[in-house]
Write a protein that binds this ligand. Sequence first.
Ligand code: CP
Length: 304
Amino acid sequence: MGRLRNLISIQDLTREDIDLILDTSAKMESVAVKRSKELEGKIMATLFFEPSTRTRLSFESAMIRLGGSILGFADVATSSAGGKGETLADTIRTVERYADVIVIRHNLDGSARLAAEFSRIPVINAGSGSEEHPTQALLDLYSIRKLKGKIDGISISLCGDLKYGRTVHSLGMALSYYGVTVKLAAPPGLRMKPAIIDEMKKAGLRVTEVDTLEEAVKDVDVVYMTRIQKERFPDVRDYDAVQGKFRLRLQDVGMMRQDAVILHPLPRVDEIEPEVDKTPQAKYFDQVYNGVITRMALLRLILG
Ligand code: CP
């Protein structure tokens, strides 16, 4: 791939780009432990207009493990964008003078693309509204490859809030590059956007929609659970109507293949019962660490 500049949508990448990032991630496993000085002198700015635990901290951990430095804000209220009404464009035109790469999370669709248009330094989308979360898709693919040994040929169920969940939008589009079978399972009103289903089908994926979690967990290699995105619902009554509808219980795990794995981008609210955490299929906390590994690979390819 040519030198990667921005990562706004997973569709900015080709299959070859993604495979290179995943191969580079595998090389980062030992670097993550030993640490490196490869990005010494480079500065990463994290601009988080929305809450985060994993994405921000794993980006920061990745940069520190590569010898780079970090600055930024985790609470927009402490920035001039929150406190004084500064525009996103002016925020970006300021921060680009302080750093070598910007990692941005924002509540609005299109925000990361807009930031990239105003920035003279690379911009990485760490979650834009309900639109996309491309680096989560990279770590999800890496987790699948690490756990199942491959991506081509697997079967996967995407479960939960497929309408507002930005991780499943990016993952669905990323899976279009691979020969996989996909089941989609969502509560009423939270089905996957038709455009993404069309994209997957056009790419030759076998895609079926099922109504229940019971149907979703059977006969697949990967069960990918997601949280109902309460903060995206225009009317909280619509949230109340679906809340708790898709809840993975021990008895559901009993219906899964023995060698199947459960992934979740986290945070979890109540969609996976805590008892499931102890089962051999539960891999979502291992998945968290892969966020450090894949973000190290990405920073190295962009800045190295
Ligand atoms: N998976 C994910 O984006 O988690 P955070 O919201 O904690 O960053």
